[in-house]
Design a protein around this ligand. Structure first.
Ligand code: BGC
Length: 834
């Protein structure tokens, strides 16, 4: 029996091509590419102990992964110092490491790292006798449920890594570093050890070692560009001062033995024995304040003139390009730039053209530059050129004014820049606005909670507004919402006789959905809206699908109504199930390709595997913003920039959904840290939310129509996102036009199941049997009405009818295949001409 989801050569090839295009060459003084026949000494236990993806729900169970040394052996162009390799093999074996450090079933955090092998003079001298070229590799991983740390071994090098660098530097003329890391880290060692070349390989999926070798040997010319800024110092990120979980102080309380006690923001429903003394935050608030406001990533560094190590959009190539941009054309409410890109070097390569704008300050202050659009060229041969025409809507340059609750395009000059990194641009024109225009009149939905003040960073008073660290740091424990309130006993749906109208009749247009719903009892409706997860047999992952082992969850089957169950499995680096599937590169690497067509291809490969595995909804893409490099799930997400997060999510969505599989954009919204992810209140102003933290979701919804969205665990301005009707209905559905399935994160509704349903959810995941009884009870006592429940069910049934599980259940062969219409792109790139 085939134990794999359909892993085709095609998806392996795509995983490798994505890895090749998303790796970023950060430094190179000519040491790369390696010349054919050269001998290299490979140092660092990471050459074997390779990490393909991060940990937790973002991991993937692949059949294999290719590490650096195997990749170089497979490539065969260079000679490896095998004597040294054997020493590392023996060391690795002595460490009794699990076979795949990226994949620990059921584990959220990555396993502890193997300490770097101490290098003796004898070992290094012997290696240096044979070659002048050393490749050092090391790695970093992170996962769900906890954040990364500002420590040696995570953000910084360990002492043994430093020792390795200094010994290797002293013995070899050329030192090349390959970074197998989950996110931004300190890079000052590049200067300390005068490293000759650095290839940032991220966590590149199971084909990573092959892709690394492709680039190191010059078989592939690197074309990845950073979608995050590498600061010189961690404390240069303004969010660093206010990252974590904070409280206004603690108070001691004595439990009275009642059912609900409060710990953090979430009532845990744990019964505390009478007289138990414990601490709780005053006001029950654990918060994080986004005092940096809109100044996230390059928006901060550019505006406040802070020198960085590697800027946004940056990445080297083995060739050189010259960009010549025609003057900007304004037509049909669009800004159009036409750029001629010439390859002036000796190697074929691809270039990323980036278009930025700078908006004038007015009523609202603006970042010095914002990304407006981008495009990647095809492979350009030496001496040849290609022309790209890129356009975007003028309204994209508007900012959100909380005073008038509108996007406004303020009067003044909008300079348009074109280049190949934010630091290497040229002005291509200016767009002038005579009088301030309202481009979209909205309603404020997500204001600060009453009585809460938030000072935000302003470029006009940097000293007076720079973020500060609240005096008391909260405990960094993760506070999970407790189990649902207990009912008397688990509810059961007793099989009832076959209903007159079956779901297939609604699908075929033979019956109205309202008539179908009229036959359903309150209990059946409730049972459908709540996943069957917690009642199902647990797989090796501790996850919650009985149909597809290792999948994250599923819905109930109601046979008498003809409603099949639908299955959800994680991502974003592939389909996470018990069977083997392809481990693609992490989200951050995917974004660094800047290649939407390739990302759509990857989505298509994911969709194919989901199809063969029997999965209907992929719990990806991850779209939270890289607010701070220490976020534990940073690898799952794309970028510090909302535009690229949105366009990448849209690109992958097009691919996945063209297979008739739904994506689930997550986590909506502002889930930008793991510390206290279930108890944190994110205090952030509405302008920042709309321009930075919601924007990517808006782009994905409007340009790719994702089938599903998952809300987040955290609260925003005092209310859990799962319970925010203003965000989930007023903004997501009404303003943006989302028509798909809204689900909670796993137990993300906590004790707010009823509020979550009222706030527009169609599905509470993974679902507890007792939760059914709880919600059912609330229906009976009138807390939630039948019509509110029907609304949720209607959306869910529509989603079910789109799925392969529905098609299989009824033997339909053609639902969603071929009929899927590819939605528009957010900005357009005209066909490339040569
Ligand atoms: C994560 C989600 C994931 C879900 C199902 C949650 O813990 O936050 O991203 O999709 O589990 O595995």
């Amino acid at each position: 029996m085939n134990q794999n989801a359909e892993i085709t050569v095609n998806s392996i090839d795509i995983a490798r091509r994505v890895a090749q295009e998303g790796m970023v060459l950060l430094e190179n003084n000519g040491a790369l590419p390696l010349r054919e026949g050269n001998r290299v000494a490979i140092l660092g236990v990471g050459q074997i102990d390779f990490i393909k993806t991060g940990a937790g729900s973002g991991s993937v169970n692949s059949a294999y992964s290719v590490n650096l040394i195997t990749g170089l052996r497979n490539n065969g162009k260079i000679k490896i110092d095998e004597e040294l390799a054997a020493i590392y093999d023996a060391y690795y074996a002595s460490q009794k490491r699990t076979a795949d450090p990226s994949f620990m079933p059921g584990e959220m955090a990555p396993p502890p790292r193997i300490p770097e092998m101490p290098l003796t003079d004898i070992i290094v001298n012997r290696a240096a006798e044979k070659t002048d070229t050393a490749i050092i590799t090391f790695n970093r991983s992170s996962g769900e449920g906890s954040d990364r740390t500002l420590t040696k071994g995570d953000y910084y090098l360990t002492e043994s890594e430093e020792a390795m660098f200094s010994t290797v530097r002293a013995h070899f003329a050329k030192v090349i570093v390959v970074l197998n890391i989950c996110g931004v880290m300190d890079m000052n060692w590049v200067d300390t050890y005068k490293v000759d070349a650095v290839l940032l390989a991220w966590l590149p999926g199971m084909e990573g070692g092959n892709a690394m070798a492709d680039i190191l040997t010059g078989d592939v010319n690197p074309s990845g560009k950073l979608t995050d800024t590498f600061a010189k110092d961690y404390w240069d990120y303004p969010s660093s001062y206010n990252f974590g979980s904070f409280v206004d102080g603690y108070e001691t309380i004595v439990a009275n033995g009642s059912e609900i006690e409060y710990w953090g923001m979430i009532p845990t429903h744990k019964s505390h024995p009478k007289g138990t003394v414990y601490k709780r935050p005053v006001n029950n608030r654990n918060y994080v304040k986004y005092e940096e406001g809109i100044y996230v990533g390059y928006r901060y560094f550019e505006t406040f003139d802070v020198v960085v190590k590697y800027p946004f959009g940056y990445g080297l190539s083995y060739t050189t390009f010259v960009l010549a941009t025609d003057p900007v054309v304004v037509k049909d409410n669009k800004i159009t730039v036409t750029v001629k890109i010439k390859n002036t070097g000796r190697t074929a390569g691809k270039e990323v053209v980036q278009v930025y704008y700078s908006a004038p300050d007015g009523k609202l202050e603006k970042p010095a530059k914002s990304l407006a659009a981008y495009a990647k060229t095809k492979l350009i041969q030496p001496g040849k050129y290609c022309t790209l025409t890129i356009n975007y809507d003028i309204t994209q340059m508007a900012s959100y004014d909380e005073n008038t609750a509108a996007y406004i395009l303020e009067a003044g000059k909008y300079d348009i820049y074109v280049g190949n990194s934010i630091k290497n641009t040229q002005k291509a024109g200016t767009y002038r606005v005579q009088t301030t225009l309202t481009t979209q009149q909205l309603t404020n939905r997500l204001r600060l909670a009453e009585g809460i003040k938030l000072k935000t960073l302003s470029k006009f008073d940097s000293a007076g507004t720079f973020p500060t660290t609240p005096s008391l740091k909260g405990e960094s424990t993760t506070m999970q919402p407790g189990p649902m309130p207990a009912g008397d006993k688990d509810s059961e749906i007793i099989a009832i006789k076959k209903a007159n109208i079956q779901l297939i009749d609604v699908y075929n247009g033979k019956a109205r959905i309202s008539d179908f719903l009229a036959q359903m009892t309150d209990l059946e409706m409730t049972a459908l809206l709540i996943g069957t997860g917690m009642g199902s047999k647990k797989s090796m992952f501790g996850d919650h699908s009985s149909t597809v082992p290792g999948a994250a969850g599923q819905t109930a089957t109601l046979d008498h109504l003809g409603i099949p169950s639908i299955i959800m499995a994680d991502g974003p680096a592939g389909i996470r199930i018990e069977k083997h599937s392809t481990a693609f590169p992490i989200g951050t690497l995917v974004a660094c390709t800047w290649n939407e067509d390739l990302v759509t291809e990857m989505g298509f490969a994911v969709g194919r595997e989901a199809t063969s595995a029997g999965v209907d909804f992929w719990l990806a893409p991850g779209m939270n913003i890289h607010r701070n490099p220490l976020c534990g799930r940073i690898f799952e997400y794309y970028s510090e920039d909302p535009l690229i997060s949105g366009t990448m999510a849209a690109a992958i969505t097009r691919g996945v959904q063209s297979c008739g599989i739904g994506v689930t954009c997550k986590h909506f919204a502002a889930n930008n840290q793991e510390t206290n992810r279930n108890g944190i209140d994110t205090v952030v102003n509405e302008r920042t939310l709309r321009e930075i933290y919601l924007k990517g979701f808006e782009i994905a919804v409007q340009s790719a129509a994702p089938w599903a969205i998952m809300t987040s665990y955290n609260a925003i301005n005092g209310t859990y996102t799962a319970a925010r009707k203003d965000m989930n209905v007023d903004v997501l559905r009404q303003e943006w036009g989302f028509t798909g399935l809204l689900m909670t994160d796993w137990e993300g509704d906590g004790v707010y199941s009823v509020e979550a349903l009222k706030a527009g959810h169609n599905l509470l995941m993974p679902g507890f049997t007792r939760q059914i009884q709880y919600v059912y009870g609330k229906m009976q006592d009138g807390t939630i009405s039948r019509s509110e429940i029907e609304q949720g069910v209607t959306g869910l049934l529509k989603a079910i009818m789109q799925t392969k599980s529905f098609a299989r259940y009824y033997g339909i062969t053609d639902n969603n295949n071929g009929s899927y219409k590819i939605p528009v792109k957010w900005f357009t790139v005209a066909n490339q001409s040569k």
